[in-house]
Every structure is written in C-alpha cells, then in structure tokens.
Design a protein around this ligand. Structure first.
Ligand SMILES: Cc1cc2nc3c(=O)[nH]c(=O)nc-3n(C[C@H](O)[C@H](O)[C@H](O)COP(=O)(O)OP(=O)(O)OC[C@H]3O[C@@H](n4cnc5c(N)ncnc54)[C@H](O)[C@@H]3O)c2cc1C
Ligand SMILES: *[C@@H]1O[C@H](CO)[C@@H](O)[C@H](O)[C@H]1NC(C)=O
Ligand SMILES: *[C@@H]1O[C@H](CO)[C@@H](O)[C@H](O)[C@H]1NC(C)=O
Ligand SMILES: *[C@@H]1O[C@H](CO)[C@@H](O)[C@H](O)[C@H]1NC(C)=O
Ligand SMILES: *[C@@H]1O[C@H](CO)[C@@H](O)[C@H](O)[C@H]1NC(C)=O
Ligand SMILES: *[C@@H]1O[C@H](CO)[C@@H](O)[C@H](O)[C@H]1NC(C)=O
Ligand SMILES: *[C@@H]1O[C@H](CO)[C@@H](O)[C@H](O)[C@H]1NC(C)=O
Ligand SMILES: *[C@@H]1O[C@H](CO)[C@@H](O)[C@H](O)[C@H]1NC(C)=O
Ligand SMILES: *[C@@H]1O[C@H](CO)[C@@H](O)[C@H](O)[C@H]1NC(C)=O
Ligand SMILES: *[C@@H]1O[C@H](CO)[C@@H](O)[C@H](O)[C@H]1NC(C)=O
Ligand SMILES: *[C@@H]1O[C@H](CO)[C@@H](O)[C@H](O)[C@H]1NC(C)=O
Ligand SMILES: *[C@@H]1O[C@H](CO)[C@@H](O)[C@H](O)[C@H]1NC(C)=O
Ligand SMILES: *[C@@H]1O[C@H](CO)[C@@H](O)[C@H](O)[C@H]1NC(C)=O
Length: 641
C-alpha cells in the first residue's frame, strides 16, 4: 500500500519518468578537491571555534561562511556518508536518487495517520553529506512577501525578520543564470535580475535553466488566463504569487545538480574547515547555561562515544526531524515528555518538536483524449522513438527532455482565486475556531497560544490573494492533476521515542487533516482543479477527461472520502519543530536564532520556520543559513573584542 502511494507521488513529481541513469550521466569527472575530510574521530582536534551538527543544506552553508576568512576553525559532524555518485548529479527527473531503494534517505515511517484511515507515510529526508539538498527535486522558488513578514509579525512590527531584510541573503545564496535561447523567447520566460537575484560574483548555489521545455507547458499556462484574479509575476522570486516560471538548482556549465556540497564544500581546500561524516551527535554538552560542545557516536550505532569542544558556539543544523530530537535528548523540550523518557530537564521549552508542518498533496488525475502536442507522459518511457530523440539531444548537447529536472512552471494561488464564493466563509470559520481542540490533548498553553496566533494570521491571509495555498505543477508532457497544499492548518509533532530515546528514530506524527477546515479547503481545491481542466476553452481541443476520482464523485462527503484515501502528508518539506517565536508563544529560538534560556546554542535549519511558506523550502533554507552566518560572525567578533 505504502509503496503504491510512494510510486504515485514520485510519478507525479517526476512527471512519470523512469530511466536508466547510467546511460545519461556517463563521463562526468569524479575528482573533486575538498576541505579536510576526517574518517577517524581520533583525528579531530579537541576543540573548534564552531561545531556544526549536521552537514546538510544549512550546515554546510553556514560552515563555509564561518570558515571563509581562515580566522575560525569549524567542525561539521554529519550522520550520513560523503558520497560522490553520478545519480546525485543527474538532473533528469531530479529525484533520481530516490528511485533506487531509498539508499540516501533515513528509514523513518510516520505513526498511523488518523485522518488518512490510519495509513502511515514515509519521512523523506536526506542522510548524507549535503542532506536533503543532495536528493531534492531541484525546484527553486521563493515564498511571497507575506510568508516572511509573518515570521517577524510574531515579534513586533519592526522585527528584522521581514521580506525586505531577507532579500540580500537570498541574493547572496544564489547565483542566477538567465534562461538560454531559444527556450527563453520560445516560452516567453521573464526574470528580474536587479530586483530578485542581484549579481552574485562569489559562491553560492546555481539557479539556472534547462535549454529545452515541453511545448505542452504553453497551453497549461494559457488556460490560467481564463481564470479571474490570476496574476503572472515577472519572476519567481519577486515576492508575489500567480503563474510563473522558476529555475532549477543546477550548474549550467555541465547540467548537474548544484547543492550544499558542491556550493559550500567541494573545491574549498581549507585546513580550518573539517568534516566528519558517518557520525551522529547524541547530545549537546553544557557548562551552566552555556553550550560547550557535543557528544557523538558512530552513525552505524556502534557504542563508542566521543566528544568535542566548541569554543564559540554549537550550531544545530540537523533538519526539522532531527534537530528537535537532539534538543530533547539534551534535556531541552516539553517537560512531561522528558520525564517519561527519564531525561533530566535542562530547559523546559514546550514547543520543541511541536508545530510540525509539511506540504501535503492531493492526487487527482486527468488525461487529454486528443493529445497531439506530445506523447502522453504515461507512455513516454515506452515510446522508443521518443527515448531515442531525448537521448540524442542529451548526448550531443546536454539538452532536451533529459535536461529537465522536476519542471520549471506552475501555479501558486491564494484562496480567493481558488474559491471566490467561499473563501470569506472559510476565513470567518477559522477566526471563530477554538483551535485548542485540534492540537494533541494536553498541549502546553504556550503551544496553544502559538497555534492561535498562527491561525489568526492565516485567517487574515486567507482573505487575500497573497498567501499561496494551491500549487499545480505544470507537467512536462500531459495533464496530471497533482495538487500541493501550501499552508495547511493542521499541526503535527516530532517526539523522541521514550522507550528508546537515543538509538530509535523520533516518532513523527503529521497529524494530517486534524484541523477539519483543511478538508473544506481541499474540497475547494478539487472543484477548482476540475473547473481548470474541464471548463477551459483553451484546453477543450485536447478533450480533457478526469480519471481520478471520476465524474461520479461530486458530493462533499464523497470528495472527503476520496481525499482521505488519496492524500499524501508530505512533499518532502518538513519545517516548524524548533520555531523562531517568542518563548511565551512556544518558541524555541529567538530572533537571533539562539535557543531560549541558553547561551551559545543556535539553530539554523528548516525547523526554525514558525509558519511554512508557499513554495518549496530549499532556497529559503539557504537564505536563513546565510543570515545565520552573519549573526554568528557578528557575535563572535563582539565577544572576542
Ligand atoms: C526528496 C526531497 C525532495 C525535495 N524537493 C525539493 C525541491 O524540489 N525544492 C526545494 O526547494 N526543496 C525541496 N526539498 C526540501 C529541501 O531540500 C529541504 O527543505 C532542505 O534541504 C532542508 O535543509 P536542512 O538543512 O533543514 O536539513 P537537511 O538538508 O536535511 O540536513 C540535515 C542534515 O543533518 C544530518 N543529521 C541529522 N541528525 C543528525 C545528528 N544527530 N548528528 C549528525 N548529523 C545529523 C542529516 O543526515 C542531514 O544531512 C526536498 C526534500 C526532499 C527530501
Ligand atoms: C561542473 O562544473 C563546475 C564548474 O562550473 C565544476 O566545479 C564541477 O566539478 C563540474 N561537475 C561535474 C560533475 O562535472
Ligand atoms: C484508527 O486507529 C484508531 C486508534 O487505534 C482507531 O480508534 C480507529 O478506529 C482507526 N480508524 C480506522 C479507520 O481504522
Ligand atoms: C524590515 O525590517 C527593518 C528593520 O530591520 C526595517 O527597517 C524595515 O522597515 C522593515 N521593512 C518592512 C517592510 O517592514
Ligand atoms: C558582478 O558581475 C556583474 C556582471 O558580470 C558586474 O556587472 C558587477 O559589477 C559585479 N559585481 C561586483 C560587486 O563585482
Ligand atoms: C591546498 O592547500 C594547501 C595549503 O593549505 C596547499 O599546499 C595545496 O597546494 C592546496 N591544494 C590545491 C590543489 O590548491
Ligand atoms: C562503525 O563505525 C565505526 C567508526 O567509523 C567503525 O570503527 C566500526 O568498525 C563500524 N562498525 C560496524 C559494525 O560497521
Ligand atoms: C512517440 O514519440 C514520437 C516522437 O516524440 C511521437 O511523434 C509519437 O507520436 C509517439 N508515439 C506514441 C504512440 O505516443
Ligand atoms: C548541438 O548544438 C550545436 C551548436 O549549437 C548545433 O549545431 C547542433 O545542431 C546541436 N545538436 C543537436 C542534436 O541538437
Ligand atoms: C496583496 O498583494 C497585492 C499585490 O499583489 C497588494 O496590492 C496588496 O496590498 C496585498 N495585500 C495584503 C493584505 O498584503
Ligand atoms: C520505540 O522504541 C522501541 C525500542 O527500541 C521499539 O521497540 C518501538 O518500536 C519504538 N516505537 C516506535 C513507534 O517506533
Ligand atoms: C483534436 O485536435 C485536433 C488538432 O488540434 C483538432 O483539429 C480536433 O478538432 C480535436 N478534436 C476534438 C474532439 O476536440
Ligand atoms: C464512481 O465510479 C467508479 C467506477 O465506476 C466506482 O468504482 C466508484 O465507487 C464510484 N464512486 C461513487 C462515489 O459513486
């Protein structure tokens, strides 16, 4: 059952691509200069200025920036291996690493989901150097202004966490290359380098474009012109939503994945930047309230323990699933949970591991009966003429369908556009809701206050176009209907397993659909998606037809039943479990990303999002890490002078 769901989800995100990577990625050079890689814990120094927990997306980015001037020593401890393999670099379909038996991922399943008739779902996160950026779909976009202004709004009107202030860090994080001709003019792809990307002449992750697009994208785009209220922003990163083009995180020179390892580790040759792969941090060490180092053990579970000292700071970058685990193991978290696990309470922070959010998705399906633009996606891999055509383009010039990652266009829409008749009633209902009923029983009052503040903000935003809730990926070749839900109301939990806190993976509960208004919004999504495909004058010549759930499923009760049977709790974007919020709102870190109540312990990964954003998460994680480096360096200078 789960396997089937995963395949459906993958096929939706991969646009049904199944291929033979060996034939595509041959000939890529393998020798790469690195900073210092340690394979034996005996080789590490007894102390570093900074110890970074997790060599993933955020961890490598911050380590690179902190080590840059040669002034500070940095050690990154990463649970997973350092892997140089062609399937990580292949752009085609972008999720190639996952088509193999999940070899680069953690093996974690969620607890049974009550909202999904007790089905479980896999947790998709990378377990290797580069973290999730090494295996992700390579889609890169930026949320709307309201997404980032909301983070600051929980603090004050003048918080420095706002869109305007984060923009320079987005620019520092990414190196933009415009789309090549003729794809730019052929598809009328627009962009705004001055306002959105800047001219990054330093280092960063590449945002560039495939030199090919499927002709069918145009008609999907044009069909949106029929829908009232849809805007077409000039660039994916301008802070407004609508229907737009977005780049791929790929190195345009050789059409390979650009990620935290290639941008912030490979080629650096720095003696002050050490990486220890294959080791897992189990505890943060303190003297009084000051973090002074970490305890770690081999990632394979062997029970030798080691420790290392951090002179300036310990930086937690283990991602939204494991950062709360490391905190809880260190005695920082909800008191009742720590007591059950027999862990002495260092600082009671009820929000650690709560407020868990992801972007769930709904798999409707549509087909064009009269599809003359291009072979249908489902047939693409069995069509030998097509495969030969694609292989020729790739082998000669690294172009064609095999140069496309997970796609470069889609719709990102607010509730008033999706549901012009019901959005106000839905927002009113959320405003009036007693939200405490939808959190786990016994939730701490601070966690309830946090949820209330978030839902008040969402209710206001649901009345504007500016908070993206609905995302349709434009498929390479044909209709599909997979829809991502970008600001779900339900909140989950990530807690240590109290019977085996240290070696067992944490218990992840998406609590998907626990807030009943989510179902109401998803019913609106289904009605809108039908309208888009089936009432469109633009699409009519293609004779679209709904294949799932089918035209006989119309009542709200039947739509709800379909949702509960066909909902996937994740599109791989876990966030929120160590939220940057005031302590009285269940927050875990303050505006400087320092853990409340402690000194010299910072969290910089996707767990600090207080509320999720209306796009894929990676570009924002890079921007946060870039800002974190500035905050950390500022404090390091200050404390040493
Ligand atoms: C399959 C998949 C597809 C995705 N697709 C996209 C996409 O197309 N576009 C997009 O923008 N985003 C995408 N994302 C999301 C995006 O990649 C993540 O939001 C982002 O990479 C998270 O960064 P992070 O630093 O928070 O965590 P990670 O990058 O996951 O890094 C955490 C690291 O910490 C390590 N670690 C954990 N615990 C410990 C410990 N105790 N000790 C030592 N090390 C530890 C982990 O092994 C990991 O390497 C995708 C993610 C996945 C998994
Ligand atoms: C791709 O090109 C970049 C230079 O732009 C280089 O650093 C990198 O090693 C190359 N990667 C591969 C796999 O060839
Ligand atoms: C799901 O599990 C719960 C708790 O075990 C149980 O009460 C409920 O009946 C189950 N629901 C379904 C649809 O099986
Ligand atoms: C963003 O924050 C800065 C303070 O750091 C402030 O000067 C600026 O006015 C804020 N911008 C907006 C639009 O709120
Ligand atoms: C970065 O490069 C661009 C284009 O090559 C150039 O115009 C700009 O002046 C450079 N910026 C800096 C700060 O060097
Ligand atoms: C790497 O740096 C060391 C000095 O730290 C230097 O001796 C060596 O030549 C450098 N290697 C390369 C390939 O630049
Ligand atoms: C586990 O990892 C450690 C450190 O890398 C190594 O010494 C040990 O042999 C490994 N044990 C097993 C069973 O692989
Ligand atoms: C196979 O692909 C070719 C080239 O793209 C196309 O012309 C043809 O119609 C396709 N055949 C089928 C059965 O889809
Ligand atoms: C590859 O690119 C060259 C130069 O742009 C062009 O002449 C050639 O036709 C291309 N080959 C294919 C198969 O498109
Ligand atoms: C929403 O965005 C539009 C621009 O698209 C802007 O005019 C409007 O002020 C925004 N509204 C809110 C409430 O932010
Ligand atoms: C919690 O840990 C125990 C002991 O390792 C294990 O038997 C149990 O399956 C774990 N619980 C879950 C839900 O994974
Ligand atoms: C199918 O597409 C062709 C070419 O666009 C068009 O001439 C024909 O009318 C379409 N058939 C239907 C049933 O829409
Ligand atoms: C709709 O039709 C399909 C196929 O005939 C059937 O399996 C399904 O139960 C029907 N659903 C409803 C709600 O009538």
């Amino acid at each position: 059952m789960e396997k089937l769901r995963i395949l459906r989800l993958l096929s939706f995100l991969l646009a049904s691509l199944i291929f033979k990577p060996g034939t595509l990625a041959a000939g890529l050079p393998r020798s790469v200069l690195q900073s210092t890689v340690l394979s034996n814990p005996q080789d590490i120094k007894s102390s570093y200025d900074f110890v970074v927990i997790g060599g993933g997306t955020s961890g490598l980015t911050v380590a690179d920036r902190l080590a840059k001037d040669g002034k500070y020593t940095v050690l990154v401890i990463e649970h997973g291996p350092l892997v140089y393999a062609d399937d990580l670099l292949t752009v085609y379909g972008a999720l190639a690493p996952l088509t193999d038996p999940l070899k680069y991922l953690y093996h974690i399943s969620s607890v049974p989901q009550v909202g999904l008739n007790n089905k479980t779902g896999r947790i998709w996160i990378g377990n290797l150097v580069g973290g999730s950026s090494a295996v992700n779909g390579m889609v890169t976009t930026r949320g709307t202004k309201t997404d980032y202004d909301r983070w600051g709004s929980f603090w004050s009107k003048t918080s420095f966490w706002n869109w305007t202030n984060l923009l320079p860090y987005f620019k520092r994080a990414m190196i933009f290359t415009p789309p090549p001709e003729p794809v730019r003019s052929g598809f009328d792809i627009t962009y705004d380098i001055d306002a959105v990307w800047g001219y990054n002449n330093g280092t960063g992750v590449h945002a560039s474009w495939p030199s090919y697009q499927f002709p069918g994208i145009k008609i999907q785009w044009d069909a949106y012109k029929e829908i009232p209220g849809v805007e077409f922003p000039r660039d994916s990163g301008g802070g407004t939503n609508g229907v737009y083009w977005h780049p791929t995180v790929m190195d345009p020179k050789n059409v390979t994945r650009s990620f935290a390892r290639t941008a912030h580790f490979d080629g650096l040759n720095r003696s002050n930047y050490h990486l220890l792969p294959n080791f897992k941090v189990t505890k943060i060490l303190f003297e009084g309230d000051t973090a002074t180092g970490v305890r770690f053990r081999p990632g394979n579970g062997s029970s030798n323990f080691y420790q290392v000292r951090a002179e300036k700071e310990v930086i937690l970058a283990a991602g939204a699933i494991h950062s709360p685990q490391v905190l809880q193991l260190s005695g920082i978290g909800p008191r009742p949970l720590l007591e059950l696990a027999g862990i002495p309470v260092k600082v009671e922070l009820p929000g650690v591991g709560q407020n868990f959010q992801d972007h769930p998705s709904l798999n409707m399906s549509f087909k064009y009966q009269n599809y003359t633009i291009h072979p249908n996606a489902d047939d693409m891999n069995s069509n030998q003429t097509f495969i030969a055509f694609a292989a020729e383009l790739w082998n000669t010039n690294k172009t064609g369908p095999y140069s496309i990652a997970a796609g470069n266009a889609g719709s990102f829409l607010g509730l008033p556009v999706i549901s012009p008749h019901n959005y106000e009633a839905i927002a009113d209902k959320l405003d009036a809701q007693d939200v405490s009923a939808y959190l786990p029983p016994g939730s701490h009052p601070d966690v309830i206050a946090s949820y209330k503040a978030q839902m008040t903000s969402y209710a206001a935003a649901l009345r504007t176009k500016n908070m993206t809730v609905y995302h349709m990926i434009f498929h390479a070749t044909a209709a599909q209907g997979g829809i991502v839900y970008y600001h779900p109301l339900s909140r989950g939990t990530v807690n240590i397993n109290v019977t085996d806190p240290e070696t067992s993976e944490p218990l992840v509960d998406y609590r998907v659909l626990s807030n009943p208004i989510d179902i109401e919004i998803l019913i609106e999504f289904m009605k809108f998606t039908r309208k888009y495909y089936l009432e469109s004058k633009t699409l009519a010549p293609l004779a679209p037809v709904e294949t799932g759930p089918g035209s006989n499923v119309t009542s709200d009760a039947d739509l709800e039943a379909f949702i509960r049977d066909n909902f996937t709790p994740t599109t791989f974007h876990p966030v929120g479990t160590c939220a940057m919020m005031p302590r009285e709102l269940g927050g875990v870190v303050d505006e400087n990303l320092l853990v409340h109540g402690l000194k010299k312990l910072r969290i910089i990964d996707a767990s600090i999002f207080s509320t999720t954003i209306g796009v894929n998460t990676c570009q924002t994680v890079y921007a946060i890490s870039e800002r974190a480096a500035d905050l950390i360096l500022h404090d390091a200078e200050y404390s040493s002078s």
